[in-house]
Design a protein around this ligand. Structure first.
Ligand SMILES: [Zn+2]
Length: 257
């Protein structure tokens, strides 16, 4: 890997300039900026949620971003997946997005995986991260990410968007997990995907912004506002609700620990 980038803790003059509006912010400052510079995050899925979340976090200065997605860009993605343009059709999303992120912020490191996250690579990809952001489009991957994050004790912020609805939650440390909230047997049959149900252009981008925002709060300030809480965003009324959830004593994922 070649990097002319400075991965020292201290922020360079260029970085100070780039992040100046954030560093000015009362309650954020240089400490928080240095913390996110040292952070490694994994973005699972580079679709409507992942591509926006990744871009916001690259701009904000998260030091190392790993992107995983096995899909290539399709015409029907362009309606909402803001990192891609027509010339990108046919190319791997993760690779196109990585190039974009590096152009946006040359001070960060971006790693790419163009295979599916599965039982073989999940442990190795997740264990070394400070935070995982899930924005994938299927329950199989969602449950696997949740399972490995729990096993490896890596915090997870999971976001989803479908139709006019969005959801966001955080799993961290000993908290209840995604599977406590959504038991597998209830969800196995309903594989809701944008491909089947449709989604408004803005919905995944709202949820991506909230997910990236929470990631910054956590990485910079150790704020776990949505730990063991589910945020529900309704895109028709613009109402937002936060509901706490509890550990399910029958959750095989939490029992396995
Ligand atoms: Zn659980």
């Amino acid at each position: 890997m070649t990097h002319s980038i400075d991965m020292n803790l201290a922020l360079s003059d260029d970085e100070m300039h780039l992040y100046s509006r954030q560093i000015l912010l009362e309650g954020w400052d240089i400490d928080a900026q240095e913390k996110i510079k040292l952070a490694n995050i994994l973005i699972v899925g580079c679709g409507g949620i992942g591509c926006s979340s990744a871009e916001l976090l690259a701009r904000a200065g998260v030091g190392q971003i790993t992107l995983i997605d096995a899909d290539t860009v399709e015409m029907s993605n362009l309606q909402r997946q803001i990192a891609y343009v027509a010339e990108d059709i046919g190319f791997y999303k993760a690779e196109v997005l990585a190039k974009r992120l590096k152009r946006i912020n040359p001070h960060i490191r971006v790693l790419v995986e163009t295979s599916k996250l599965d039982q073989h690579n999940a442990q190795q990809l997740i264990a070394s991260q400070d935070l995982v952001l899930d924005g994938c489009d299927n329950f199989t991957t969602r449950y696997l990410v949740n399972q490995i994050c729990k096993q490896a004790n890596v915090p997870l912020i999971s976001a989803s968007a479908i139709g006019f609805q969005g959801q966001l939650l955080m799993v961290e440390g000993q908290s209840a997990c995604y599977e406590c909230l959504f038991p597998k047997q209830q969800h196995a049959s309903e594989s809701l995907r944008c491909a089947d149900s449709g989604v408004l252009a803005t919905t995944p981008n709202v949820m991506a912004s909230l997910q990236a925002h929470h990631a910054l709060l956590y990485l910079g300030l150790n704020n776990t506002a949505l730990k063991q809480k589910l945020m529900l965003w309704d895109g028709l009324t613009l109402k937002q609700r936060i509901v706490a959830f509890e550990k399910d004593t029958d959750c095989p994922n939490c029992q396995a620990r």
